[in-house]
Design a protein around this ligand. Structure first.
Ligand code: GDP
Length: 297
């Protein structure tokens, strides 16, 4: 569907004068193509613009190595700059879950993949780190969502907090906390209610739960295919609730992952995991290198 950036750039450089180093004009011309590639990958315009500026100053005047074409060289400079922007501090997969029972708060809009991701992450913690995990659904508006988490729990062999009708989310969070302590769990995960849009009630509820649980990690789950919307959602949740990391779902889809770059550049929050399918093991630690490659096509 997309023309490869390296191919596009070789075309551009074929038309330019051959020199020993990348001239300002070469770089400018090449970066026009890069900008188009970024926008096609759904990177937001201001982020693309800033990014191009950084790369421009870095690339201009660089000596062209014999072993690569100028086009390949620009692609490498762009790739490295993308990885730098995308990379957060430390290991994205290392969650702060010492001091058991460690609470993890899962937030996000309805349909983002929050419940699925909660279960995927619980499975990962169990299988890879040998953690005992308790999951609780706080979505009292949607009994089907609570049921869904219980079903997933059975499937992956992770306990879920029994459903008690009539409790509100804060009561459920308190019960999860008590149960996690009494039951000797290492981690308890709170799958908060989602809505189709962010509204005051959703935020107030998530904040009340946060205050009760005092989470070590608050992970925001966003649909990686929603581009700029995903970034707006992240900004809002971070302002109102405070998030410690982002999980981008549906990265197995057709999207080119530009939301990842905008997300990092605008919110500054680290991307911790990516969802790569509906199956319970389709969750991977975020790898900047892979997303950079994908954004460049
Ligand atoms: P929630 O409303 O945010 O809790 O969303 P769900 O966890 O119920 O997920 C909604 C749908 O998206 C389900 O059909 C999931 O199987 C699917 N889903 C979740 N994560 C991914 C992913 O990474 N890739 C794909 N392809 N589908 C996903």
């Amino acid at each position: 569907m997309f023309e490869n950036l390296s191919e596009r750039l070789s075309g551009v450089f074929d038309r330019l004068t051959k020199q020993g180093s990348l001239s300002e004009e070469d770089v400018k011309t090449a970066l026009r193509e890069v900008r188009v590639a970024l926008l096609e990958a759904d990177v937001s315009l201001p982020v693309a613009r800033d990014f191009i500026k950084t790369v421009e100053s870095r690339a201009t005047g660089q000596a062209v190595t014999k072993s690569v074409t100028p086009g390949q060289q620009v692609v490498k400079i762009v790739h490295d700059a993308l990885v730098e922007t995308l990379r957060g501090e430390g290991d994205p997969g290392a969650l702060k879950i010492d001091n058991p029972p460690a609470p993890i708060l899962m937030v996000g809009l309805q349909g983002s993949g929050k419940t699925t991701t909660t279960a995927k992450l619980a499975k990962r913690l169990k299988d890879r780190e040998g953690k005992r995990v308790l999951m609780a659904s706080l979505d009292t508006n949607r009994p089907a969502a609570m049921e869904q988490l219980a079903i997933l729990g059975k499937q992956i062999g992770v306990d879920t907090l029994p459903i008690v009708k009539g409790e509100d989310p804060v009561q459920i969070a308190k019960r999860a906390k008590t149960q996690a302590a009494l039951g000797g769990y290492d981690v308890y995960m709170l799958d908060t209610a989602g809505r189709l849009h962010i509204d005051a009630e959703l935020i107030a509820q998530a904040a009340a739960v946060r205050d009760v649980a005092n989470p070590r990690e608050t992970l925001l789950v966003v649909d990686g295919l929603t581009g700029q919307d995903a970034v707006n959602v992240a900004t809002e949740f971070d302002d109102k609730i405070g998030v410690t990391g982002v999980v981008l779902t549906r990265m197995d889809g057709d999207g080119r992952g530009g939301a990842a770059l905008s997300m990092r550049a605008i919110t500054g929050k680290p991307i911790r995991f990516v969802g790569l399918g509906e199956k319970m093991d389709a969750l991977e630690t975020f790898e900047p290198d892979r997303i950079a490659g994908r954004i460049l096509g």
